[in-house]
Design a protein around this ligand. Structure first.
Ligand code: HPA
Length: 275
C-alpha cells in the first residue's frame, strides 16, 4: 500500500492537472443539508469523489460526494460537497485525506461546515455558530501513527485552531454567536445524561465531525474556520421533534441560505491578508 504522502500527492497532482494547473485559495466542506450551496455560489463544475484517486466515498444520505471547482474575482475555490465520517467505519486517516489533498493542492484557508445539536441554553435550533474551540471526545486522533514530516509536525499546537482574525471578521459582519464544539464519534445521538455531562465540560454544541478535519488542517498549516448550523436541541426530544437524521437534514436546509451568504462572502470578499 502506498504511503499516506504518496496517496495525498497522487490525489493533489490529479486535481492540479484536471483543473489546468490552478489551485484553490479557499477550500470548503459542506456538511449535512448544506450541499446545495456548492452550486449556489457559482461553482463552474464538479468531479465525483469516486473519480479522484484515494478519496473516501460518503455513504450517508445528504453527503453527495462531489468536488466542485470555481473562481470568483480571480480567486479560485474548491468545495467538497459531502464528507465521510468516522462512524461510517473509515479510519481517521481516510476521513481526513481530502483535507491533506486540498492543502497540498495549494489551499490556504478551509471553511468547515457541519450541523450540530445545541448543548448550552443560549444555542438554539436555527442558529449559525462560529466554532471558537473544540473538545475531542471521539476517542481517536487523526495524527496517531507513523509521522510523515512532509505533511507536518506530529505535535500540533491547537491553542488557536479556529482562526481568531477570520472569526472576528465573520462575527462582526454576520452577528454570529461563538461556541465550543464537542465531537463524539456517533452515530447514535446523545443521551440526556451525556448532554448534561457535556454542559459541565464546557461544550456549547455537539456533532460527529469537524474535529479530525481541523486537527489535520492545522498540522498542514491551513487556517480553519468552523461554521455550524444548529439543527436541534441535543439529547432532547421534548421539543416535539424527534432527533432523526431526516429531521436534522430538514432543519439544516432551513438555515442553508444564511450559511450560503457567509460562505459567499468568504469566497469573494475576505481580504487576502486575512486568508
Ligand atoms: N448530536 C450529534 N450530532 C448532531 C446532532 C446532535 O444532536 N444534531 C446534528 N448533528
Amino acid at each position: 500500500m502506498p504511503s499516506l504522502l504518496e496517496r495525498v500527492k497522487e490525489s493533489s497532482d490529479f486535481l492540479r492537472s484536471r483543473f489546468k494547473g490552478k489551485s484553490p485559495l479557499i477550500g470548503v466542506i459542506l456538511g449535512s443539508g448544506f450541499g446545495d450551496i456548492a452550486r449556489e455560489v457559482g461553482s463552474l463544475g464538479f468531479i465525483l469523489y469516486k473519480d479522484i484517486p484515494n478519496f473516501p466515498i460518503p455513504t450517508v444520505p445528504g453527503h453527495e460526494g462531489k468536488l466542485w471547482w470555481g473562481e470568483r474575482k480571480e480567486r479560485c475555490f474548491a468545495i467538497l460537497q459531502g464528507r465521510s465520517h468516522f462512524y461510517e467505519g473509515y479510519s481517521m486517516i481516510e476521513i481526513t485525506l481530502p483535507i491533506r489533498v486540498l492543502a497540498l493542492w495549494g489551499a490556504k484557508l478551509i471553511i468547515i461546515t457541519a450541523s450540530a445539536g445545541g448543548v448550552s441554553d443560549s444555542i438554539n435550533p436555527g442558529d449559525i455558530v462560529l466554532i471558537k474551540d473544540h473538545i475531542n471526545l471521539m476517542g481517536e486522533n487523526p495524527l496517531r501513527g507513523i509521522n510523515e514530516p512532509t505533511l507536518g509536525n506530529r505535535f500540533v499546537d491547537l491553542s488557536n485552531a479556529y482562526d481568531p482574525k477570520v472569526r472576528s471578521v465573520l462575527k462582526e459582519k454576520f452577528n454570529l454567536k461563538e461556541g465550543v464544539y464537542a465531537a463524539l464519534s456517533g452515530p447514535s445521538y446523545e443521551t440526556p445524561a451525556e448532554i448534561k455531562a457535556l454542559k459541565i465540560l464546557g461544550a456549547d454544541m455537539v456533532g460527529m465531525s469537524v474535529v479530525p478535519e481541523t486537527i489535520v488542517a492545522r498540522q498542514m498549516g491551513l487556517k480553519v474556520v468552523g461554521i455550524v448550523g444548529i439543527t436541534n436541541k441535543a439529547g432532547c426530544t421534548d421539543e416535539g421533534i424527534d432527533i432523526t437524521h431526516e429531521n436534522v437534514l430538514d432543519s439544516a436546509r432551513k438555515i442553508k441560505d444564511k450559511m450560503r451568504e457567509i460562505i459567499s462572502f468568504c469566497l469573494e470578499e475576505l481580504s487576502v491578508d486575512t486568508i
